[in-house]
Write a protein that binds this ligand. Sequence first.
Ligand code: SF4
Length: 321
Amino acid sequence: RTPVLEVRDLARHFVLSAGLLSNERPVVKAVDGMDFAIQEGKTLALVGESGCGKTTATRMLLRLDTPTRGQVLVDGEDVHKLRGRDLRRYRSKVQAVFQDPWSSLNPRMRVRDLVAEPLLANANLTKKEVDRRVAEVLEQVGLRPDQARNFPHEFSGGQRQRIAIASALISNPRLIVLDEPVSALDVSIRSQIMNLFKDLQEEYKMSYLLVAHDLATTRYLADDIAVMYLGKVVEVGSSDEVFSNPRHPYTKALFSAALPGHPDDPHEEIMLEGEMPSPIDPPSGCPFHPRCHLKMGDICEEHAPKLTRQDKQASVSCHLY
Ligand code: SF4
C-alpha cells in the first residue's frame, strides 16, 4: 500500500557566509539523506539528540523549508511540487501540533476562530457549518462546544493543547506532525493527552509523525522509530524491535542514558561520551565513530556505512551488521 508519508533521500544543506580567514563558504548538512515511511493509522517517532536534524526534517515535511535533495511524498504526491488546489488539499491533509500550547495559540482570537482556521481556505462552508464542525471537534478532544466563545488565557495548559489538537483535527487530516506535544505540560496531564492521541488515531486512522526527546512518550505512542544522528537515520524499525533489541551503538547508548534501570532494558549501561560533532565538519566514515565504543578502526573511520535491512523489523547503518 502507498504510505501516507514517504521520505526518500531527503537532504537539506545550508551554505554559510565565508569566514574572515577564508573565502570558502562552509556547508552545514543539517539533513543528509533520510529515508522512512509511515503507513495509514500508524505512528513513527524521530528520535535523537538536539541538532541531529529532526527539526529541519520536520520543517521540510510541513513545506516550511525546501529540500536540497530528495522527496517528501504524501499519499504518493511530491509535496514540494504541489501548486494551487493540490497545495490547498495538502495543507488540509497535513497538520501539526507543537510543543508549547501557550505560544502556539493567538491570545486575541476566540477558540472558535482558532480551531476553525484550517477550514478558512474552504470557501464553500457556511458560518453555520463551520460552527457545527468546531463544536464537533471540541467534543472529540474533551472540551465543551460552548467553550468556543472563550479566549486561550481562560484555559489550563492541557486544555490549550486540546484546543491545538482540535484545530489540527478539523480538516480531517491524513497526517499530524506531533512536535514534542506533551513536553511543556505538567507531568500529571501528559498521559491524558497521550491517551487522547491514541484514541483519536484509533477512531480516525490518522498517521502521526512524532518528534520527541522523551523516550517514554515515544515508546507509548510509536509503532515505528527512526533514530537520527548528524542528519542521517542510523536505525529504523518497529518500536518493539528497536526498544527490545537496539542494534546501532548510538541507539544503545541513547537508550541506556535515557532509560537507566528501565525494567525492559536488557542492555548494559553505555555512556554516551562527548557531544555530537558539528554538521559543518562532520567526521569521515561513520559519523558516529568519534563517540563509538565499538569502533573497528579504519573501516569505521574511512567508510560510511549504509542503512541496511536486517530483517522485517529493522534496518541499521553500522559496519557491525
Ligand atoms: Fe561504531 Fe563502526 Fe558501527 Fe559506526 S560503523 S557505529 S563506528 S561500529
